[in-house]
Design a protein around this ligand. Structure first.
Ligand code: ZN
Length: 528
């Protein structure tokens, strides 16, 4: 027995100890660990196999993927979470939009022509053939941020109703370490937030002013990402008519043209907008907007099972792992075109299923209900979890926490476990205690300069006020002589993200046990 296996057995014994009162001998514990690993491998192998075709939603592989998950949940003896069904269908719309005659024209002190797609790239979430705005006025709103907790409101004293808002990317902390959280970007810095806030303010459109450094990617990324098939949740009642008529990215050259047409100094405006006390203003440039739109409406499904709580069944802990991945796409050098997504997110799904099995094997059901949720369409914009969070199986006010399982492995056993979103909620204490029971410790990573905390399903729970965390493997291997031979950089979003028998899953298993342990404590906690 190697040190690693022994440690893992010990970790398991300690985690399981609070549950099973240490009725198992150490030999039995080892068997439990081995069976956990065998089961984990079986699920990852199946979900990441070529047969599942990379699990792209709204393709022939959707049925296969979600039926497999439902079958596993049923086999574990869980009940369907959605009024007798394992599935929660929702609509998605894929929109391609483009200015008629490939340009937008407007007039202030001078005329301006914004060329598509050199000066701007635009789209909409509306399911319509044409978006038309008459004489729309362009307004410069700094970062486009309304953040009372930071004493910052770019919308103060300006009415943007029916107008087109231009905002800068990122947040003020990017330029001044004393503002917001410095380079540790807040959600206010995300371009998605800019659109959400502009919509709340009643704007007709919003364009985010691109800047390669502050956005951390070049103009071509904006163009390629939005030329066609811009995805959004689809509301059949409104046909998304209440969404912004125009969303977009504005190239710096395009923005400069607009400021020139306004007779204003763009550099001075951008500099002023980075300082507290900035006031947004109209460019007094106006023009018609006419976008030719084509769209396609389709349906996809979230999957979820539930273990009903013994004494507080109307309150929930949600364990989640998105089921979708990238499907079949551009082949790699070896000619492999299937993006299997075995690690992303086969390991997460297997982790949730393993945790589900552990919950069903408890001698007594926990007090609160546990929901095992597999959202669709995470990769294309966290849509499944967004829909779930506005149509939850148990109301968000009664949802105590979301523990998200995202790209968990392969991972070697480490002394530490990284928690993104630490320092924010009461969940911290639970993780510290559960990790200590495994002989490990938590490293709270509050450096979110890469925005990673916003990039998986848990963030839709955070937006609804539900505490959520992401667990990542630690940086300090228990046995430094055996480093992970498949680190994330080597497989992330590549066709080679495939299951391998030589994967080290000791860390993955310990992390699943950690999540299970925290989930169980939360399910039985007297508080909240
Ligand atoms: Zn993922």
């Amino acid at each position: 027995m190697t040190d690693m296996v022994r440690f893992s057995a010990k970790a398991m014994a300690l985690t399981a100890g609070c549950v099973l009162s240490l009725q198992l001998s150490s030999g039995q514990v080892t068997n439990v660990v081995r069976d956990d690993e065998r089961q984990l491998r079986e699920w990852i192998k199946a979900l990441g196999s070529d047969e599942f075709g990379g699990r792209k939603p709204m393709t022939e592989y959707e049925d296969l993927s979600i039926n497999y998950l439902a079958g596993q949940l049923e086999g574990l003896g869980l009940e369907p979470a959605f009024g007798g069904s394992w599935f929660q269908p929702f609509g998605m719309v894929a929109v391609t939009a483009k200015p008629v005659s490939n340009a937008l024209t407007a007039k202030g002190k001078k005329k301006v022509t914004l060329r598509y797609p050199d000066d701007l790239i635009v789209w909409t979430a509306r399911a319509t053939d044409m978006v038309e705005m008459k004489d729309a006025e362009y307004v410069f709103c700094g970062f486009g941020i309304n953040a009372p907790e930071y004493g910052w409101n770019d919308y103060e004293g300006i009415d943007v109703k029916g107008k087109i808002v231009i905002t800068m990317v990122n947040d003020p902390g990017y330029y001044d370490a004393n503002l917001f959280r410095g380079r540790n970007m807040t959600y206010y810095g995300r371009w998605l937030y800019k659109f959400e806030e502009a919509k709340r303010q009643g704007a007709a459109g919003c364009m985010v002013l691109h800047n390669t450094e502050a956005a951390s990617y070049g103009w071509h990324v904006c163009v390629n990402g939005h030329l066609e098939d811009n995805l959004a949740l689809y509301d059949p009642e409104t046909r998304n008519a209440d969404e912004l008529g125009m969303k977009g990215w504005l190239h710096e050259d395009g923005a400069r043209k607009l400021f020139e047409a306004a007779g204003m100094d763009m550099d001075a405006a951008l500099a002023a907008a980075k300082r507290p006390g900035f006031r947004s203003f109209s460019l007094k440039v106006k023009g018609d907007v006419k976008l030719a739109v084509s769209y396609d409406i389709q349906q996809t499904r979230n999957v979820a099972g539930m273990l009903r709580g013994a004494t507080r069944p109307d309150e929930a802990i949600v364990l989640s792992a998105h089921w979708d991945h990238l499907g079949i796409g551009t082949p790699d050098e070896s000619g492999d075109a299937i993006y299997n997504g075995a690690a992303d997110n086969g390991t997460g799904m297997a982790g949730v299923l393993l945790a589900a099995r552990k919950f069903t094997e408890l001698p007594e059901r926990p007090d609160r209900s546990i929901i095992f949720l597999f959202p669709s369409s995470e990769e294309s914009g966290l849509f499944g979890s967004e829909y779930y969070c506005s149509h939850p199986a148990i109301p968000m006010e009664k949802t105590v926490a979301n523990l998200n399982f995202e790209s968990m492995g392969p991972a070697e056993l480490t002394e530490d476990v990284v928690i993104l979103g630490g320092g924010e909620t009461f969940l911290d204490n639970y993780y510290v205690a559960a990790a200590a029971a495994q002989g490990r410790y938590i490293f709270f990573d509050d450096d979110n300069s890469d925005g990673w905390f916003f990039r998986s399903d848990h963030y839709n729970f955070v937006k609804k006020g539900v505490p959520a965390v992401v667990v990542e493997n630690g940086l300090h291997p228990l046995d430094p002589s055996k480093p992970n031979i498949y680190p994330m950089e080597s497989w992330y979003h590549k066709p080679c993200d495939e299951y391998r028998d030589d994967w080290d899953l000791t860390g993955t298993l310990a992390n699943v046990n950690l999540q299970f342990s925290v989930g169980l404590s939360l399910a039985n906690a007297k508080a909240y």
